[in-house]
Design a binder for this molecule. Structure first.
Ligand code: SF4
Length: 473
């Protein structure tokens, strides 16, 4: 089944100190399930040692399968990860966290993002005798740390980590864990979000999105700064180190458009407010004569609310979503039409659309196939006209920073000009939000502090020339 949206990437949650470390880590990671449904894992530290458990599937599947030794542990710290593979294949060996023994101590790592120089690092490490067990770029970081630690006493682990981080290019938010410490790291441009929160009982919780703080009762304090490593050690000791200067920021704008939960703050802004503002801006840029505004649930809902508010048009739910659709659907005979496959997930409500001029608000169009089927479904349900408004600019380029887009040739916006796209999608009108309009909706940082490369092809970091991924544009 062809995917219409880019797939989610990964999510991180870590807890250091306080009571109920395992339960809070489970709760926090569960709130990040939308960032990856392929595999989940947790590493615990307590009683002077560390344990790891990973499993394919959802967060609850992984935690249900925890071995008794981990369930019974009085954990002092934990890091956890949900995964959708953006680099490396989807085998169980690539599930995270990864845990290795370096200089007599266990070290674990969980990663959100993608390294742009993974190919050259891999060649360098193989030439130096490294034995790599996974195809994931995250394993390379552990090998760099091991090599940096050879030059110094084992007690200087965090110096070795800081030195290794300077070898990396691209997008990375890391959580690291030893038996005594947890650390949180963000790349010098801050592509991916990573927030610190205080738990009521003196512990702290670090997560990709603040929705994990909300569900665990943690008070969001601040983001890990780009180029910063924060280390939580024994006895409540907290240390902040800057391993690289932040010369420019490059926060992923697509977190606000699509990935992050509306209840989260990322990059200092409320996702809910930014998404609604995008809908309002879209209504100002591309008004439409319609009777009703309906979203493509769930990700188009808040932009549609903003669009309806600004247009002074009624908002209604023209689709219901089946929340029990699994990740894959097997149609061995290939007999079901795309329309039927789409209808399996989103069912139209004829009473909301029949006889009406419908404005359908989408957060993005990637390939366009699913979009076309949705439009057809609305027409079959009796919609008189179907107009589409998209709350970001056309996607034209791939992403090297942790988001899995199809190859550029498969992106609808690269196949046809706007009018032909409208015809292909069988719409009465089609319009996208402009890039300037999109960037006018964020508040905390300047427009130039965001990465928009999948829209404009301007990559804040050039990918490794050895990298085998297809050229983006
Ligand atoms: S290329 Fe697009 S999806 Fe990737 S980091 Fe930049 S804005 Fe985000």
């Amino acid at each position: 089944m062809t995917l219409e949206h880019p797939r989610e990437h990964c999510g991180l949650c870590g807890v250091s100190g306080g009571e109920s470390v395992l339960a809070l880590t489970h709760l926090g990671l569960h709130a990040l399930q939308h960032r990856g449904q392929e595999a989940a894992g947790v590493m615990l530290a307590g009683g002077g040692t560390c344990f790891l458990h990973r499993a394919r599937g959802l967060v609850d599947d992984a935690f249900d399968g925890l071995p008794p030794v981990m369930r019974g542990l009085a954990a002092e710290r934990a890091i956890a990860h949900v995964r959708y593979s953006t680099a490396g294949d989807s085998s169980a060996a690539n599930a995270q966290p990864l845990m290795v023994e370096i200089a007599g101590q266990k070290l674990g790592i969980a990663h959100n993002g993608t390294l742009c120089n993974a190919a050259s690092l891999r060649l360098e490490l193989l030439a130096d005798g490294a034995i790599l067990q996974t195809t994931s770029d995250t394993e390379l970081v552990l090998h760099l740390i091991a090599r940096a630690l050879r030059k110094r006493p084992a007690t200087q682990l965090w110096d070795a980590v800081a030195e290794s981080l300077t070898r990396l290019k691209g997008a990375y938010a890391f959580l690291l864990l030893t038996k005594d410490c947890m650390a949180a790291v963000r790349d010098p441009m801050g592509f991916r979000p990573l927030s610190i929160g205080d738990l009521p009982d003196d512990g702290c919780l670090v997560a990709s999105e603040t929705i994990a703080h909300t569900v665990t009762g943690a008070r969001p304090v601040r983001e890990v700064e780009p180029g910063e490593m924060v280390i939580w050690g024994p006895g409540g000791r907290v240390e902040s180190r800057r391993f690289a200067p932040c010369v420019r920021r490059a926060h992923c704008i697509f977190e606000h458009v699509y990935f992050a939960r509306p209840g989260s703050y990322v990059f200092g802004d409320s996702v809910y407010e930014v998404r609604k503002a995008m809908g309002r801006q879209l209504a100002r840029e591309a008004p439409v004569a319609a009777d009703v505004v309906i979203p493509v649930p769930d990700s188009g809902t808040f932009a549609a609310l903003g669009f309806a508010e600004e247009s002074k048009l009624p908002f209604d739910m023209g689709f219901t979503r089946n929340h029990y659709v699994g990740r894959t659907f097997i149609d061995p005979g290939q007999r079901l039409s795309r329309r039927k496959l789409v209808a399996r997930k989103l069912q139209p409500i004829a009473e909301a659309v029949a006889g009406r001029r419908v404005c359908l608000v989408e957060d993005s169009i990637v390939r366009g196939n699913t979009c076309q089927a949705r439009v057809r479904t609305l027409r079959d349900a009796g919609a008189r006209e179907v107009h589409m408004r998209v709350s970001c600019p056309p996607h034209r380029c791939g992403c090297y920073f942790g988001i899995d887009f199809p190859e550029s040739g498969q992106l609808l916006a690269n196949q046809a000009p706007l009018e032909q796209m409208r015809e292909r999608l069988r719409l009465d009108s089609l319009a996208y939000l402009s890039k300037d309009g999109m960037l006018s909706c964020v508040r905390r940082y300047r427009p130039e502090d965001y990465c928009c490369a999948c829209f404009d092809g301007r990559y804040p970091v050039e990918p490794d020339t050895l990298d085998e991924r297809p050229l983006p544009c």
